[in-house]
Design a protein around this ligand. Structure first.
Ligand code: GLC
Length: 755
């Protein structure tokens, strides 16, 4: 065990420079001379992808077997932080068993467009849901002795041109949409590391973005770990280190270290900047390798498989269920037709760095057959091939199977080739051949249920129009087949609620005209109106709203009370009763949305600010209590350059989805409103309205060239002058900065603001 305090001062410049670059694809160099072991960093968020010896960087399937848990787009629909923490703990055990110190996840980028090829690896379109689930996953992982690496920081919301594109995002949109999930993870779970993204942000590479990596991440949020580049993201090592990018991955054979030594030797980079990064990595290395020693705990893979199965069921979203068609009776008479190649060949994980070699892989067909063995006959028809090629024979086989069956379950979805890390989709429809088979089957059977396997959102209307029930299972992991059988026959309940809106058409999505950008730039023109924030703002119909999901039972909400201890301090406690009014046990996700209808700035109709997943027995009820803090009422105030909760009326809505609001209440908050600082770009009206602004303005008007010293502003003049920025009044000669200079003048103008 080494002493991180003593190691840094004992290192030479060359050793420090080398220490800040990978030694291999997956390890840091450490420093044997001082007893500092290397750190091993390994993908990914859904399972440990520990590459086999000799595997090349791109040999994605050359890795040790590990549990493939449901992808984030599935677990994001669980709305269950406790479940994410359990998965994190299991991943910690598997990481440590495979000698991994840092697991490269979770991915918390916001789902800006349904087309993003990597949406399967992210939780939600909403930052509160993303942040809460990711923070729980990080706590579970790190309590289990592994380090997390929250990624990709920041505004990495597409795969198209991801290594060069500049995401053009205004600060309020960053603060309210694209940064909060990272902020919640950093401030509530203290991840060991943060990974910068490949893309640029407003023209600056994320790997060299000082505002992101130092001012926001460290100075504002208090991040205490080290930052690491995405693999190959660094283009200027000296600029990156100076901006706050501590570790460059992977190994580069020497140029990065040489550049650092040269910059220090030339006096263009203080050696203290290297010391700072070295110390950060030493501290994390000591924390992660000290207790571990050489112990490699045994892993109970069967228990992890069972957890993956439970997680898949708890993340599955029952989109429709006409006349309670599901769950099916496993002992009912009549044949059960299972149709669709995905029942035999599961689509269970996403492509790219997150993929895992599973310890085992359930097929829904085998699990369904086992579940009804001895009670129902099962007939299988593939119906289609995964390459999407039309096959009249397979279609006819599916129709024949359906015609003879009492019930039909179809397994549809996106083939691997349709979505992945590295590229985006261009449409959200299911493959045409699958829809052809669905329509042909529905023409001969009125008892069809569909199970979907897809990473990103697909257009569901063509499916729900044909089927009695539709179960969205996303990419459910290696135990997804077993979970599907559990759900279809009621051994488990669909615990998921949508973490992303499913639109009726891609063109309804707010990013549609600005995705994926062109000529190296992508403009986030929809600003804060992402996902439901947009669809609600423009009152657009959707296929299924954010937060939607059916259960096998029903729930009632009652008795909403919103307690505001002190209206001058924006905080509240929301209380209500939730009751299971059905015949089966089940879980409900109660969601709390806040609206600010009197805001001085434009704001979404409502925003998710709290939620709770509650499991209740039939007839059972419970009191749910959720706290709202000042930040839950605030927006990022571009004039005050900070979070502002304004005085006025706020609406609190509680419901089962963003469009199924069962209870509402209004509260009045009266927080003092910090003044907006006067600048030369403030208008004459704003100057006149500020306590000490009027005097300063009069002095400036009196100082105008040829000014008489006597200024009278009558109402008609005020109406014309009020919207004029002070800077223009100076340019037009109506005013002048009095002697003493601009800084003193503005200080005098703002003196009365207490700013
Ligand atoms: C990839 C991914 C990142 C991953 C890393 C290592 O390009 O963007 O998520 O952790 O490189 O494989």
């Amino acid at each position: 065990m080494f002493d991180p305090q003593a190691a840094a001062p004992a290192m030479t410049l060359a050793e420090k420079a080398a220490f800040l670059t990978g030694a291999t694809a997956w390890t840091t160099p450490g420093l044997p001379r001082l007893g500092v072991p290397p750190l091993t960093l390994t993908d990914g968020p859904h399972g440990v992808r520990k590459q086999l010896p000799g595997a090349r960087l791109m040999d994605l399937d050359q890795s040790e077997p590990a549990t493939a848990f449901p992808a984030a787009s599935a677990t994001g629909c669980s709305w269950d932080p406790a479940l994410l923490a359990e998965i994190g703990a299991a991943l910690a055990a598997e990481s440590r068993a495979l000698g991994t110190d840092v697991l490269l996840g979770p991915g918390v980028n916001i789902k800006r467009s349904p087309l993003c090829g990597r949406n399967f690896e992210y939780f939600s379109e909403d930052p509160v849901l993303s942040g809460e689930l990711a923070a729980a996953w990080v706590r579970g992982l790190q309590d289990g002795g592994a380090g997390a690496c929250v990624k990709h920081f920041a505004a990495n919301n597409q795969e198209t041109d991801r290594m060069r594109v500049s995401a053009e995002v205004d600060e309020r949109t960053l603060r309210e949409i694209y940064l909060p999930a990272f902020e919640r993870v950093v401030t509530r779970a203290q991840p060991a590391t943060v990974m910068c993204s490949y893309n640029r942000l407003n023209g600056i590479p994320a790997s060299e973005h000082r505002w992101l990596l130092t001012e926001v991440l460290r100075a504002e949020w208090g991040f205490g770990g080290f930052t690491v580049s995405d693999w190959g993201a660094v283009t200027d090592r000296v600029a990156a280190l100076a901006a706050g990018l501590d570790l460059q991955m992977p190994a580069d054979g020497g140029p990065a270290a040489a550049a650092l030594v040269a910059a220090v030797s030339a006096g263009t980079l203080p050696e203290a900047v290297l010391d700072r990064a070295v110390e950060r990595i030493l501290r994390v290395t000591a924390r992660l390798t000290g207790p571990r020693g050489d112990s490699r705990p045994a892993v109970d893979h069967e228990r992890h498989h069972a957890l993956a199965r439970r997680a898949a069921a708890g993340s599955a979203v029952l989109l429709t269920n006409e006349d309670e068609f599901l769950p099916l009776d496993p002992a009912a008479g009549g044949t059960l037709a299972v149709i669709g190649e995905f029942a035999r060949t599961p689509r269970y994980q996403g492509g790219g760095s997150s993929q895992v070699v599973p310890t085992r892989l359930d097929s829904a067909l085998a699990e369904i057959t086992a579940a009804v063995a001895g009670r129902r006959d099962v007939v299988f028809a593939p119906g289609f091939t995964l390459d999407g090629a039309p096959s009249p024979e397979l279609l006819a086989g599916a129709v024949a199977a359906a015609r003879s069956a009492a019930d039909v379950v179809m397994f549809l979805g996106l083939p691997e080739a349709a979505e992945s890390e590295g590229f985006d989709r261009t449409a959200i429809g299911l493959p045409a051949t699958q829809l052809d088979v669905l329509r042909a089957v529905a023409a001969v059977s009125q008892r069809v249920a569909v199970v979907l396997s897809n990473g990103g959102v697909v257009a569901t209307r063509p499916v729900t129009e044909q089927a009695r029930a539709v179960l969205e299972m996303w990419l459910p992991g290696q135990a997804g087949g077993g979970a599907a059988a559990d759900l279809l026959f009621g051994a488990a309940e669909p615990g998921g609620r949508l973490a992303e809106t499913i639109p009726l058409a891609l063109s309804d999505n707010p990013s549609y005209v600005n995705f994926p950008g062109a000529a190296g730039r992508v403009r986030y023109g929809e600003r804060i109106y992402v996902g439901y924030r947009w669809y609600d703002k423009v009152a657009r119909d959707v296929a299924h709203p954010f937060g939607h999901g059916l259960s096998y039972t029903t729930f009632a909400y009652s008795g909403l009370q919103v307690e505001v201890p002190d209206p001058a301090r924006p905080a509240a406690v929301v209380r209500f009763t939730l009751a299971n009014t059905g015949r089966r046990a089940g879980s409900e996700v109660a969601q709390v949305y806040v609206s600010d209808p009197e805001a001085s700035a434009d704001r979404p109709e409502r925003e998710l600010k709290a939620f709770r997943k509650v499991r209740l027995a039939p007839g059972e009820s419970c009191l749910v209590e959720l706290a709202l803090t000042e930040r839950d009422f605030a927006f990022w105030d571009e004039q005050r350059r900070g979070w502002t909760a304004e005085p006025g009326t706020f609406r609190i809505a509680v419901g089962a989805s963003s469009r199924d609001l069962r209870l509402t209440a209004e509260i009045e908050l009266t927080p003092p409103l910090p003044p907006t600082p006067l600048t030369l770009d403030s208008t004459i009206g704003e100057w006149l309205a500020a306590p000490s602004g009027r005097d300063a303005l009069m002095a400036a008007l009196a100082a105008a060239p040829g000014g008489t010293g006597e200024i009278v502003i009558d109402d008609s003049m005020l109406a014309m002058a009020a919207p004029v920025p002070f800077r223009q009044a100076l340019a037009l000669g109506f005013a002048a900065i009095p002697s003493g200079g601009e800084a003193a003048f503005l200080a005098r103008a703002n003196a009365g603001l207490g700013g």
